[in-house]
Design a protein around this ligand. Sequence first.
Ligand SMILES: [Fe+2]
Length: 499
Amino acid sequence: MHRIPTLILAFLMFALFAVQADAAKARHHPKRQPREHAVQTTVVTAVEVAQEGSLRSAWVQYGPGGALEARAVVEGGACPAIFVDLHDLAMERRASADAKFPTLCTAVLPAGTKQAAIVFPLNRVPPPRADAGEAAWDSWGKEEFGLSRPGPKSSGFEWLEWSNALRAKARFDIIPLALPTPDPQRILVLGDTGCRIKGKALQDCSDPEKWPFPQIAAEAAKLKPDLVIHVGDYLYRENACPAGFAGCAGTPFGDNWPTWDADFFAPAAPLLATAPWVFVRGNHEDCDRAGPGWLRLLGPLPVDASCAAHLAPYSVPLDAMNLVVMDNADAPETSITPDMVPVYRQEFASLATAKAPTWLLLHRPVWAAISGPLGIPIGGNQTLIESIGTSGIPSPVALMLAGHIHTFEAINYANHVPAQIVAGFSGDALDSTPSDLKGTVFQGHSGVTVKDGLSLPGFGFLLMTKAADGWQIDVYDVHGRIERQCQFASGRVDCPNSH
Ligand SMILES: [Fe+2]
């Protein structure tokens, strides 16, 4: 951890304001291109190629209780400084580098933080404090550039020139972080984003028509949402790309940083720079697949050596609604996991005391649909339905947001169950679903039936915008065009035919 010299903070402030809008674009990789607008100050932004010790990714996420956390993946062992509202704070190490992952750093952002940026020295040897004195600057100049200070007979101007020249060589990259608005009005929802490489199920990861997540993230970032919700399933590159399939040749695979970077962090970079995120755990992040990587990189709890198969739900209280994030990665659809039934039963029952209105975020929907035989919609998660029994979902829950089924669905139920949106259509190969979901046959004995519901074909994402009487839900396609407009109001989701 390098403390940022006090004098430099003033320059950082100026540079931060100056590059705020532009800087996020190019910040992801050390092999980045020079930015278009360098800032003329002793602090120069990333026009230099970063040294080893580079920043790989940085983002802000909500955790239990709505705590805000900045995270950064860095090469090398040292965590960078983070500059929070004029204060120079330390990022702590969340996880040390190992054979699969680089160092992961974290910092809790105090409530009400107005500005935050990660500050990364770009010099090979980090510069000393501005007020460190001549000897420290002299030794830094020698070590970093082979420069010596003027001799004893040099003039005062020569000393000044040397001193200024050396300080001008102290370079920092400044990566502004996306901070929340207390009352998010524009909420971006996406899910199931990775490129499938498993056995014979192969997506062409290099073709935006086949795997559009990079394009979706770029288009979504242009909408400048206040908050992003990922409803789970990030990493789909499980096996080596088979010989003869050019579409994924050379791609990394498995639960490691290169794969996480390829499947999520690199394409998500513009959107990670735009708003804080809420990350739901998907079944691809169970402990047999990418669970350890998810728990480490995106999980809400401190990292430990074991892989927790199930995490307790937590709340993210916001002004307009309370989010409850549920982990149901280990709740299979077509069989019942008896050990988990009492756990989920208690978790669903505990929603009775949640603050209304609550939006329940869970990867696997309880009651949603795919195409069954003869095109009849079928669905339902047996483990979750067994857990809920005939109790329904407690009334503080106004909306359920899920993924898992690779399509967009909007469902109203005939029973006292909140409306359901499925948004698992943001990258992985799509599922076949009937457009009309009325009459869906669910497993189990919950008694829940679909009053009306629909699914839409194609990849995309959602933008939910606060309206006078609820929320407008714009369903976007991969080109950033609105293909359908829905409303969530009075407990219903409706998607009229035209807009
Ligand atoms: Fe999925």
